[in-house]
Design a protein around this ligand. Structure first.
Ligand code: MLT
Length: 414
């Protein structure tokens, strides 16, 4: 019998969003009359914008004619899209070269797959709470050590708490770590890091020869000055950071699937003999072996996002979601909840009422209020006592959900 990768046995239950989906589906089956409003997983509801749709239609037609048909594309992505990405960075004063960009089928896969190119014994640091993919993929890869069920943490992972006590600004690790996952604007807390704070992380990484894995999937939601749209806006970051970007939330691609990774050639890791190796080369080798490229039609769709019309259209959708965030934030505050995020991000992080735990609040909200959210503890032990709502619902449903929560609060249910 074939042996298994026993690291998988160290994973805690199922993937967070799969657990929630299962719970909700069981509840719906038992109560088909209940109308549930889903503000749990961050899945968009606005349809694909016209300019992207047009580009896709055109690309589909091209695939039906022998003169314009395309088979396998470049594993790294077509130049027509990579050129647009280069220009997008340039407009922010960041110089990225074409071959430092790797187009993919989304940031979830990229942030998960990147673990392939790092040494097994690397020490990994994550903020707590955290997007579960960063942690789970390192557990699968054997970097986590054993699970400590009392603490709810893995023994070899360095957790950097991020909570209302520290203003959601995680402290730099006291020890030397090799891989640091940062996500700003943050999922799940919806908070950001001022540029001068981000600089401290870059400086730490330079000093300690660490690599920062920077997830900027929510960059397009930034509304305030002083927040970096890319980690490369910070001096020195091009020597120590890999950046992940996604079209999912920015342009409604959760179903279409497209994202990209930026790996500057100046970012290097070390072999066991001390040789410095470009991570760009390793990732390129990994992608050429395990990935056959994002589909041509989808890359044409992504290209259209960067057109003048595309930018204007997606901005309208982003503003729509940011308005939802405002509705949630204001409504919850009026009801007396302590609320974070929602200004530069599509997520609202709230403190659950005294005496309740995150999953208690999830159950009450599901069963008594008919609103689905995500329990904070599902993102890590420091998320206990918090709860996440997403702004990606429709405006109508968002307003309805907040009205229901307000009523439940008045009725003493919450
Ligand atoms: C979330 O709800 O945290 C995100 O939608 C998950 C994802 O992007 O994979």
């Amino acid at each position: 019998m074939a042996g298994i990768n026993e690291n998988f046995l160290k994973l805690q239950s199922s993937y967070l969003f799969a657990t929630i989906a299962k719970k909700v589906s069981e509840y719906s089956k038992a109560h088909p009359e209940k109308e549930l409003i889903k503000l749990g997983i961050g899945d968009v509801t606005r349809p694909i914008v016209p300019s992207v749709l047009e580009a896709m239609h055109k690309a589909v037609d091209e695939m039906g004619k022998s003169e314009t048909f395309r088979g396998y594309g470049p594993e790294q992505g077509y130049d027509f899209l990579r050129e647009k990405i280069v220009a997008y960075y340039k407009a922010r004063g960041v110089e990225i070269e074409l071959d430092e960009i790797f187009v993919s089928d989304g940031a979830k896969c990229d942030t998960g797959n990147i673990v392939d190119i790092f040494a097994q014994d690397n020490i990994v640091a994550i903020t707590d709470p955290v997007y579960p993919v960063y942690l789970d993929t390192n557990v699968m890869a054997g970097r986590s050590g054993d699970y400590d069920s009392d603490k709810g943490t893995y023994k070899r992972i360095v957790y950097m708490p991020s909570n209302s006590e520290n203003g959601f600004i995680p402290q730099l690790p006291k020890e030397k770590v090799d891989m640091i996952y940062l996500c700003f604007p943050n999922n799940p807390t919806g908070t950001t890091l001022p540029k001068e704070e981000l600089k401290k992380w870059v400086d730490y990484a330079i000093e300690n020869n660490s690599i920062i894995l920077y997830d900027a999937a929510y960059e397009a939601f930034i509304t305030e000055e002083g927040v970096a749209h890319s980690i490369y806006e910070i001096e020195g970051a091009k020597n120590v950071a890999i950046e992940f970007k996604s079209f999912s939330k920015t342009a409604g691609f959760t179903g279409l699937r497209c994202g990209y990774v930026v790996i500057p050639k100046t970012v290097k890791g070390s072999s066991s003999t001390g040789e410095k190796v470009e991570l760009n080369k390793l990732w390129n080798r990994r992608q050429c072996t395990k990935f056959n490229g994002t589909s041509y039609v989808i890359q044409r769709a992504a290209e259209a996002v960067y057109s003048e019309k595309g930018q204007k259209e997606i901005k309208e959708n982003i503003d729509y979601y940011l308005n939802n965030a405002k509705i949630i934030k204001q409504g919850l505050e009026e009801s007396g909840f302590k609320v974070f995020g929602g200004v530069n991000a599509p997520y609202i992080w709230l403190k659950v009422p005294e005496g309740l735990k995150s999953w208690d609040f999830f159950d009450i909200l599901l069963e008594k209020v008919g609103v689905i959210g995500t329990p904070g503890v599902g993102f890590g032990p420091s998320g206990e006592g918090y709860f996440r709502l997403t702004a990606f619902g429709t405006k109508e449903n968002t307003e309805k959900a907040i009205e229901r929560i307000k009523q439940a609060k008045k009725d003493g249910i919450l």
